[in-house]
Write a protein that binds this ligand. Structure first.
Ligand code: NAP
Ligand code: ZN
Length: 371
């Protein structure tokens, strides 16, 4: 903890969206009210926050009306500066990360929380931003900010040996592909396709390899990404805009597809043709309005295909993933941007310029730590 001067007098400020215009790089820096403090909470001095595609959907009210003002960002890493008296798992000064979930019911009789599936809790659904806490605890506000306040269950200790700029985007982008890869048997003997090699997709390639899949196929639109995706570790690359008849050439070659694309117009039927008999297609991309392309059911019946979905991961899934990232020396491709550059960074992400995840760095807090 050398060099870390614990602040006691701090205020919550961050990049606020005030209307859907924010999505066009029009967030404004300002003070906000964090959730009401409880003794289960942790205050985090933010050093890093990744930029997720979900931040863009929310800023523009793509998933329904956003409750402005809204501070987005759910790939948060920083130091705990205040820890509630009910909290044993975290100490002041610990490096912790917060992903996309702020709270679940955590009751012993919850069918999901009691089974380590807090991310699917049907009772209390609080996202890290743009949610309302139960009772009178207020709104959740995200990590394009100086400080974050979150229930300790969803503030995960970052293992030593994992740089903060890697840990931050793992908290949402990483876990969202890691969890369905693990839960659908990714490992030796499997050929896995990752559709949409962006932020989530690049983690998909890294983790499918780290989990020991025999072959990993990156699938994106342009041939111009081929060399990068192979350099990431993919064994093969398909460019759906540029490779002629790719759905015929690759027919019946994949056991599992994880799809990060969030377009209602993606060529879903053609993606499905890439699956072998009994193959699984897991959708994680979350289109505006939840719209999914129409398909012909015979595409499923004819080969025993299953289509499913997956949402983030539980705190224990995240712990497991972070440890695997250390053990396997996973090296995400991140581009660091100063926190002051957040508006330009979201515009650049929308323009497809990220290679492959932007991470905002709160430089004034970096000097407080050695990391
Ligand atoms: P991203 O970095 O922008 O990556 C998305 C990729 O999808 C792009 O790189 C792009 O790759 C591809 N793509 C975009 N438009 C497309 C289109 N019309 N047709 C085909 N491919 C297209 O975004 P991200 O951060 O990875 O997030 C991806 C999605 O996952 C978002 O909808 C986000 O909200 C969602 N998400 C879901 C969860 C969950 O729990 N399920 C969690 C986090 C994020 P190419 O340009 O190379 O084709
Ligand atoms: Zn996210």
């Amino acid at each position: 903890m050398g060099g870390f001067n614990m602040p006691t007098d701090y205020t919550f400020q961050g990049w606020l969206g005030h209307s859907p215009e924010a999505y066009n790089g029009k967030m404004e820096w300002g003070a906000f009210e964090p959730k009401k403090w409880t003794e289960d909470d942790v205050d985090i001095q933010i050093t890093h926050c990744g930029i997720c595609g979900s931040d863009l959907h929310t800023l523009k009210s793509g998933w329904g009306a956003t409750n402005y003002p809204c501070c987005v960002g759910h790939e948060i890493v920083g130091r705990a500066v205040r820890v509630g008296s009910n909290v044993d798992s975290i100490k002041v000064g610990d490096r912790v990360g917060v992903g996309a979930q702020g709270r679940s019911c955590l009751e012993a009789d919850c069918p999901d929380c009691s089974q380590g599936r807090e991310n699917y809790c049907p009772r209390v659904r609080v996202n890290t931003y743009d949610s309302r806490y139960p009772g009178d605890e207020g709104k959740s506000m995200g990590g394009y900010a100086d400080y974050n306040r979150t229930h300790h269950k969803f503030a995960i200790k970052i293992p030593d040996g994992l740089p903060s700029e890697y840990a931050a985007p793992l908290m949402c982008g990483g876990i969202t592909v890691y969890a369905p890869l693990r839960k659908n048997g990714c490992g030796p003997g499997m050929t896995v396709g990752i559709v949409g090699v962006g932020g989530l997709g690049h983690f998909g390639v890294l983790f499918a390899k780290a989990l020991g899949a025999d072959r990993v196929v990156g699938i994106s639109r342009k041939a111009s990404k081929r060399d990068e995706v192979l350099a990431l570790g993919a064994d093969e690359y398909i460019a759906t805009d540029d490779d002629k008849d790719w759905w015929k050439t690759g027919k019946g070659t994949l056991d599992l597809i994880i799809c990060t694309v969030s377009s209602a117009h993606m060529p879903l039927s053609r993606y499905l043709r890439l699956l072998r008999t009994n193959g699984n297609f897991i959708q994680v991309g979350a289109p505006d309005g939840g719209k999914f392309p129409e398909i012909n059911v015979f595409a499923l019946l004819g080969a025993g295909i299953k289509i499913g979905g997956s949402g983030i991961g539980s705190p224990s899934d995240i712990e497991e993933m972070l440890q695997l990232a250390v053990d396997k020396k996973i090296e995400p491709w991140v581009e660091k941007r100063p926190m002051s550059d957040a508006n330009q960074a979201i515009v650049d992400l929308e323009a497809g310029k990220a290679r492959y995840r932007y991470v905002l760095v709160n430089e004034k807090h970096l000097s407080e730590t050695k990391l």
